[in-house]
Write a protein that binds this ligand. Structure first.
Ligand SMILES: COc1nc(N)nc2c1ncn2[C@H]1C[C@H](O)[C@@H](COP(=O)(O)OP(=O)(O)OP(=O)(O)O)O1
Length: 164
């Protein structure tokens, strides 16, 4: 059974959805970029804001009138100091009760130009792909990051309970 809201038909999802599975909720669009080279993956330690003290890819909010690809390239440059040819890897929907839903387009890069540089927001660090720090990442990452590494396209939805 496909995840509600991402029933394998992204056109319907982007149009606002229909039926019981997609109640009206405001959606905020984000990007996330993972650079993978041979057996290494570049993650960033989040120094502030959403996901603080977790490792993640490099990304952020899509600005009005910006494509997700342009937003992903901009955030990669701002947060890690590099530019890379990006391939769309998957799409995720995160639902937290009482909050705007988060729609995240995930990209993968296998090469880059520039020098990987720490920013105000992220401290980049290379990890072995066999030693990814899932215990210091968002809970659901362990389910889809292996698909990104094996180049399998994915879409999924994660529902979170609000802590506290
Ligand atoms: C809820 O689960 C999540 N899992 C993962 N893996 N990543 C997530 C989750 N929720 C949000 N994210 C990602 C999406 C973005 O890449 C960042 C958050 O972006 P941020 O809020 O920092 O956006 P910016 O535009 O960079 O923020 P500023 O306005 O502070 O520049 O986390």
């Amino acid at each position: 059974m496909p995840p509600p809201g991402l029933a394998g038909n992204l056109k319907e999802f982007e149009a606002g959805g229909s039926g019981d599975w997609f109640p009206s909720a405001e959606i905020r669009y984000y990007t996330n970029v993972f650079v993978v080279q041979d057996d290494k993956i570049l993650l960033g330690y989040k120094k502030r804001g959403l996901g603080i003290h977790k490792y993640n890819g490099f990304g952020g909010k899509v600005e009005p009138n910006e494509s997700t690809l342009d937003a992903a390239l901009r955030e990669l440059k701002e947060e890690a100091g590099i530019t890379a040819p990006l391939t769309h890897a998957g799409t995720l929907l995160f639902v937290v009760p009482g909050e705007k839903w988060a729609h995240i387009d995930i990209f993968r890069a296998e090469e880059y130009t520039g020098v990987v540089t720490e920013s105000d927001e992220m401290r980049p660090k290379w990890f072995d792909t066999t030693d990814i720090p899932f215990d210091q990442m968002w809970d659901e990452d362990r389910y889809w990051l292996p698909l990104l590494l094996s180049k399998q396209s994915f879409s999924g939805r994660a529902d979170f309970e609000r802590e506290g």
